[in-house]
Design a protein around this ligand. Structure first.
Ligand code: GDP
Ligand code: MG
Length: 285
């Protein structure tokens, strides 16, 4: 299955970010913990330049915490960055972002203080669609200022949000990149809800998800559906449909229903808690 989704509003959003980044000192890079590497957008490289980055491994509640700690440790080996593990829906969770930004900017803050000048730190939140950027912005602000939603494409324009006296953050629309050459990355982005559903073939996607889970964590399938693992992903889907009694009138398998069901189970965190990307990918960004 070939997946690509780079509509005009994303190109426009990237241009806006490139313009606005001149005004910010730090980047808050939100990654979905279920597939952190797949969330690394090569188009952001130009936006980020050499600014310090606070990586946020968000949605930490959806993955195995020991595995996530290894990712945190590995990413933290990069220069000029902090790596935080977070559940942005938990109130107060984002306090550590303020601390991390202050830490990264301490030298500059000290310089300003020496001169007796006031400083407002500005940070830009970046991430692929649905990674939790707006939820995080609201968490930082303490109020629901930015609109959020459980699908791609909810934030349409830039939103500056005040955080306490000294920090302002810019929420941005989630963006992907023009050619998702790596099909595994594209699939992972689709599984985690970063790609608009309307451009996806749900049945192909469910088949790819089952195929991935058989290899990555087959126990997650048996734990949820019983002894369903077959010779192939398709046979496994058939078995799941049989267990759930998802049949059409004549007795044929209702593929639309079983595929939507499995995709939704993954989306809601009812299947694996394993991270979809391989840890060695950290070396590639
Ligand atoms: N389980 C879980 N859900 C989250 C977390 N952060 C955000 N979400 C949910 O993910 C969906 C997308 O969030 P949103 O902030 O709109 O993402 P954005 O597109 O990056 O701005 C919403 O349904 C949020 O409630 C988190 O840490 N854990
Ligand atoms: Mg948003």
């Amino acid at each position: 299955m070939k997946i690509n989704w780079f509509p005009g509003h994303m190109a426009k959003a990237l241009r806006m970010m490139q313009e606005e980044v001149k005004n910010v000192s730090t980047i808050i890079y939100v990654l979905d913990s279920r597939a952190p590497f797949s969330c690394i957008n090569p188009s952001f490289l130009k936006v980020i330049g050499n600014k310090p980055i606070v990586y946020v491994l968000n949605k930490c509640d959806m993955v195995n915490s020991d595995e996530l700690k290894m990712w945190q440790k590995e990413i933290a080996k990069k220069d000029n960055c902090k790596v935080l593990v977070m559940n942005a829906t938990e109130s107060g969770a984002s306090k550590k972002i303020e601390l991390a930004i202050k830490d990264l900017m301490q030298e500059r803050i000290d310089r300003y203080l020496e001169k007796g000048a006031k400083i407002t730190l500005k940070a830009m939140i970046l991430g692929v669609p649905n990674s939790g950027k707006s939820t995080l912005a609201n968490n930082l602000n303490g109020k629901a200022k930015a609109i959020t939603g459980d699908r791609a494409g909810v934030t349409k324009s830039k939103q500056w949000i005040k955080v306490g006296k000294y920090l302002e953050v810019l929420d941005t629309p989630g963006t992907l990149w023009p050619n998702l050459e790596n099909n595994e990355t594209a699939l992972n982005l689709a599984f985690i809800g970063s790609i608009k559903e309307e451009v996806l073939d749900k049945n192909d996607l469910a088949l790819a998800l089952v195929d991935k889970l058989i290899k990555l964590d087959s126990e997650s399938l048996t734990a949820r559906y019983g002894e369903v693992i077959g010779e192939t992903a398709l046979e496994t889907l058939d078995n799941i449909a049989n267990v759930k009694a998802f049949k059409l009138k004549g007795g044929d398998i209702d593929y639309d229903r079983v595929c939507a069901f499995v995709l939704n189970d993954y989306k809601k965190g009812k299947l694996t808690t394993k991270i979809l990307d391989k840890l060695e990918c950290v070396k590639c960004f």
